[in-house]
Design a protein around this ligand. Structure first.
Ligand code: C5P
Ligand code: C5P
Length: 490
């Protein structure tokens, strides 16, 4: 059997286990707070409710001992969604419960009976399918009508940045999900400028709203976007005084906008190959209202991520389960607050160069208590788009939470292709200092005891240096703070 066949065989097997859960049992789902976790949790929640199971969902930052200790005695069936595969030694301490794991992180120990994880079948869970995709295939196996949940699977995959094919297409199992969604008329794709809401919104708003890719200096600032558009020789308004949308641009103006944006992104420090990705596949949900933040799949995804990061878990789940009334109004405020907070953090980093530490093989940002630990992850994901960090070493971020330090780590694809596996490295370093960690080759995270940041960083630097010395950075930075007053690293 091929890897895909074995994967679908396991999906069928676990779907049977799920269908055999007795009706009078109460099920508890734990899922993660990011877009993939909220969408995957919602898919599992909906498919269990639909077969008549009394189900409760809890969104958590992290699966740790406190979660295991708090498991209620009246719920025998526990689902860990977008978590669990990397924490199986912890899960093995659970007694007298039936555990399911729906996940795509790099697993530890042996596969469990109720566990579905693409990595066991040679399928790369960081590129080819996210947890929401795994949950979707399970839901569809439980009931074929669940093909409509492909919308959430796409939102989750985009949240985990899995649009890894040529021009932002999906690869592997994600591309199967996208095809099924297109056939069911849930999804439409086209090539174009990857700006949020580019079909219907004024150009200025599209630029200011776009979070993926993050447009430093433009995202969140309509005034700066207006100046930018004018600087490209584009008149932002129509003759009748209304704002132009992308479709109102002449082909000359559109060309000026594309090349202006690419040049702008390169000027902020992005390699040209990355900057050119501003043109790519746009994913549209035609059944969502034209002016809705849920119509463009990438915007849907960052909206759900915003809910999780701002602690509005219930709102995120409501949206995923189909609430389009009061929830949409509330969502717009949450998105605005999220964007404002992220750009405040970026400005804080830009003006606090002492918070950055550059070692020979890693670079780090110490957020202390200034950066909310729930927001460290999305912040880290966009730091390579600023000039402060170079793409020849991983970025490690720290932020202090109550009782521990939250760690997030990211590496550019170039380093992953050369063999860096952040998930394994961070797990090793976290465990060395009494913490827990894991994740993907490209993005990983951990919790470590307060005060251990420096030792953790030095150790990580050492193991990367020792094991991967052939990845030696092009610029040989000294192991000291090396920031110029204007924020440039040398
Ligand atoms: O827990 P989970 O797998 O869903 O999280 C992966 C995280 O890594 C997401 O927050 C995603 O945005 C981030 N990521 C990233 N850069 C990539 C791939 C994933 O920042 N290239
Ligand atoms: O928290 P952050 O999004 O930066 O984490 C990056 C990846 O590492 C995510 O996929 C997350 O689920 C994973 N992670 C983990 N164990 C931790 C913390 C994060 O597997 N202790």
């Amino acid at each position: 059997m091929s890897g895909h066949e074995e994967f679908f065989h396991k999906i069928k097997y676990v779907a049977e286990l799920v269908k055999n859960i007795p009706d009078d049992e109460e099920v508890l789902i734990f899922s993660h707070l990011d877009a993939d976790g909220l969408t995957a949790g919602s898919i599992v929640f909906k498919s269990l409710m639909d077969i008549g199971l009394s189900t409760c969902i809890k969104i958590i930052k992290q699966l740790d001992e406190s979660v295991i200790n708090s498991l209620p005695s009246n719920r025998e069936y526990i689902f860990f969604v977008d978590m669990g595969s990397g924490q199986k030694s912890l899960i093995s301490t659970i007694n007298n419960k039936k555990v399911f794991i729906i996940d795509h992180h790099q697993p530890e120990l042996q596969e469990l009976e109720g566990e579905i994880n693409p990595h066991y079948f040679g399928i790369d869970g960081s590129m080819e399918i996210s947890t929401s995709g795994v949950a979707y295939f399970l839901a569809k196996e439980i009931n074929n009508k669940n093909v409509k949940l492909s919308q959430l699977a796409i939102v989750g995959a985009l949240g985990d940045m899995q649009d890894r094919g040529e021009r932002g297409t999906f690869i592997g199992l994600n591309s199967i999900i996208a095809k099924e969604a297109e056939t069911a008329k849930i999804l439409r794709t086209k090539l174009g400028l990857r700006l949020y809401g580019s079909e219907s919104r004024p150009l200025i708003q599209c630029l200011a709203n776009t979070m993926d890719p993050y447009l430093p200096g433009l995202t969140g600032d309509e005034g700066a976007c207006l100046k930018f558009i004018k600087s490209l020789g584009i008149e932002p308004k129509k003759i009748d005084g209304s704002w132009k949308t992308q479709s109102d641009l002449s082909s000359e103006e559109l060309r000026a906008l594309i090349s202006g944006l690419i040049k702008y992104l390169i000027s902020t420090g992005l390699p040209s190959k990355e900057a050119e990705k501003i043109v790519g596949t746009i994913y549209i949900f035609p059944n969502e209202a034209e002016d809705s933040p849920l119509r463009d799949a990438r915007e849907f995804s960052s909206s759900i991520n915003a809910c999780g990061r701002m602690g509005k878990y219930g709102l995120g789940i409501s949206i995923c389960l189909g609430d389009r009334n009061q929830a949409l109004m509330e969502l717009k405020q949450v998105i605005q607050e999220y964007r404002r907070t992220i750009s405040r953090y970026i400005n804080w980093i830009l003006s606090n160069s002492e918070s950055i530490k550059i070692l020979s093989h890693v670079q780090a940002i110490h957020g202390g208590t200034t950066i909310d630990d729930k927001l460290l992850s999305p912040l880290l994901s966009i730091l390579y788009t600023t000039k402060l960090f170079s793409r020849d070493k991983p970025i490690i971020g720290f932020s202090s939470s109550s009782g521990y330090v939250k760690v997030s780590a990211r590496a550019p694809l170039e380093l992953v292709n050369r063999g860096i596996n952040l998930g394994l490295l961070i797990k090793d370093a976290a465990e060395k200092f009494g913490g827990i960690g894991g994740g993907h080759n490209i993005a990983a995270g951990a919790q470590i005891p307060l005060g251990k940041e420096e030792e953790f960083l030095m150790y990580l630097n050492e193991i990367i240096k020792r094991e991967f010395d052939h990845f030696a950075p092009k610029v040989d930075n000294q192991e000291i703070h090396a920031i110029k007053r204007d924020g440039e690293i040398h």
